[in-house]
Design a protein around this ligand. Sequence first.
Ligand code: MG
Ligand code: ZN
Length: 617
Amino acid sequence: MVKGNKLIWLLFVSLNIQSVSAQQKLTANAGHSHNDYKQQIPLLEAYSAGMGSIEADVFYRNGELYVAHESSEIKSRKTLKKLYIEPLIAFYNENGNQAYADSTQRLQLVIDIKENYQQVLSKLMEDLKGNESVFDQQKNPRAIKIVISGNIPPAEKFNEYPHFIYFDGRPEKDYTAEQLKHIGMISQNIAHYSDWNGKGTPTPPDLQKMKSVINKAHKLGKPFRFWATKDSPNSWKELGHMGVDWINTDHPTALKNYYLNNAKVEYTNPQAYSPYTPTYKNDGAKTKVKNVILLIGDGMGLAQIQAGLSANFGQSNIVNMRHIGFSRTEASNSDFTDSAAGGTALATGHKTNNRYIGVDANGATVASIPDTLAQYGIKSAIISAGDITDATPAAFYAHQIDRTMSHAIAADFKKSNVDILVGSRRESFLGNKDGKLMQQLYEKGYQLQQTLRDFEKANTGKQLVLLPDSGTQKMLDGRGDMLKTSLLKSIQLLAKNKNGFFIMAEGAQIDYGGHANDLSYVVTEQHDFDRLVGQALKFADQDGETLVIVTADHETGGLSLLDANYKKGEVRGNFSSDDHTNIMVPVFAYGPGAQNFIGVYNNTEIFKKILMAYKLN
Ligand code: MG
Ligand code: ZN
């Protein structure tokens, strides 16, 4: 390797390329770096982004091949040899005779001839001399392919060039079998088929034209590329749907990031679940309610609900609920709430500061729904598919000025009127700094259950269900029916109470998926939560005196949805944040009193509407 190449190599290493593994769908390796020499760092930006095709426009002048788009742009140092051929040979050698360190990645150098092909090609042969094997895919399938484009020789002359020199074909041309051997890909300007601007989808007739030209190339066994396409994520996505093999781009790094994020922003549901079909018999009745089930999807905004709906093939329980409102989620000290202030608003009817649990903005203890209802003989259960001392469930039984005070939060439980508590992080209770906590809870009549199975066996009494952390693992890791089992068992135990019950159950991890910017995580958690909604609606129908409310404390991740296919259970999104947003969250209600949840109101109103529904003297 000559000295200059060593420098380029070091630069390449310092760019720290991320390998892109081969997938069925397109990857960054399907990227074609158009006008590559115009990049800030020619070749290296596209190479470090893992582009599979890199294009240089070439002029022949004074016995050299120069890279430039116009002849006026020719600069003495910018030769094809220096900028492309020598570094590519160095990479190939460095990688043990392959284009990329990752053997699944391919690479082609597209040389776009601007003027006289005879002069360019004969000089190219000279530049390649001695290194032909680097570019010979017949000898080594992992070699770098050379495809000549632009002002190429007529097809009749293809055979005058070595077998490793390929040409860029046109779909409207007919080639002989012999000529086809020299065709490395087939390309055409997308404007020949459509006026599509890259936004949304092309019209069906245009789409048909484009698909048929792609299919024609594929029938000849050739990869296909459109040029002059719009260079945007939506355009890349639609081109992928059409079946193109190369995505033309002037932004290799953006294209790489687009494909790298695919796994986390796309979800395909392997299997649909069937929603429950409500009877609507008592929906919106003016009668008083005996029971309220409040289901909180932590971090579940409209986009999360829509993502779940699309991925469940267009069906969900939530969308069957007919009384709908919107809740404003602002905290006292910020327009953006966390789950502590959001949970406190729902649980106590008081706006408070972020991080505050069950206290108002001055830090004063305020009564929660379970404590208020207990005065009327109404029993309560608090269930979370996560840490039971985390902010959302904690707001229903604890009073602390920082959500992280998990021991103090757990210790507050002894002053609470909650009858059933279900969730994980049991160390906060079992290993509490207050060594007497568990003894005091036993004295208050709580039975400790450490597995869901033991909880299911319980017949009576107050239940403290403290699961191991594995009990609230992700749905993707196999949490199973933890929420459903907990809800049904709590209903069974509390329905015996003649004065009725209040149950809050939380889909805690929709929020975690949003913070992680992981759409699969969000959707699988949302589906679990939506199935819980179905269980609640079913009970409400059987019971006739139960009000079901479904809402969120806030939205998480600034999720927007970019693509979906109801027929395939597919959804694709984009997160604009790794934190909460302050967009209003929907409130869905079902059963007697559901009509009172229509409108736009503060989250604190939900607390008031719940108490009103019981019509407590
Ligand atoms: Mg939560
Ligand atoms: Zn959160």
